[in-house]
Design a protein around this ligand. Structure first.
Ligand code: 5GP
Length: 181
């Protein structure tokens, strides 16, 4: 067992559950993008594992690029101000862009990224997120492919961090209360 699992209060989504759903999402995306020039845009760092697993279930000649944004710092609540820390390198004009997020919470990050990418005139922009926290939404944002809905609690693991840690946990988990305080 991963040693960090000691800090976990609850496992919300285990490895098998994640793998099964991500395979389904990949199959759906494969169907939807047949004969289209698709670029997957992995939003660093949280969606690293999700993108890598999802991509292996997309049976199309997709390309991959990365974008990094930040709004959290070391807190579990968004500051509301989104910044791009690393921009895309691939050409997106006239291509189909699928933004791959770890979690959509307030929606501010995704909404900002969509606006920024639209300026580059892609053929289309859609979004895929592993987790969706609809209860916390502050801005309406299109979520085209959502893996799982989660309640309003701060989750870690499978790429998601708390202050930079816990990303390597194999499951999506909630940490013990005392660790968040
Ligand atoms: P939003 O802009 O939608 O509020 O937040 C999006 C980003 O906030 C996500 O990409 C993720 O990095 C972070 N985030 C939101 N909720 C959680 C959570 O429960 N756990 C972790 N680790 N990050 C979260």
């Amino acid at each position: 067992m991963n040693d960090l699992m000691r800090d976990v209060k609850e496992v919300l989504l285990d490895e098998e559950t994640l793998a099964r759903r991500i395979a389904e999402m990949g199959q759906q995306i494969t169907k939807d993008y047949v004969n289209r020039d698709l670029v997957l845009l992995c939003v660093l760092k949280g969606s690293l594992f999700f993108t890598s697993d999802l991509m292996r279930h997309i049976d199309l000649p997709v390309t991959l690029d990365f974008i990094a944004s930040s709004s959290y710092g070391e807190s579990t609540r968004t500051s509301g101000v989104v910044r791009i820390l690393k921009d895309v390198e691939e050409r997106v004009e006239d291509r189909h862009v699928l933004i791959v997020e770890d979690i959509v919470d307030t929606g501010l990050t995704l909404s900002y990224l969509i606006r920024a990418l639209k300026l580059r005139k892609p053929a289309s922009i859609r979004t895929a997120t592993l987790l969706d926290k609809p209860a916390r939404r502050r801005i309406e944002v299109p979520v085209d492919y959502a893996g799982f809905k989660v309640d309003d609690q701060f989750v870690v693991g499978y790429g998601l961090d708390f202050a930079g840690r816990y990303r390597m946990l194999p499951a999506v988990c909630v940490l013990k209360d005392e660790l968040y305080s």
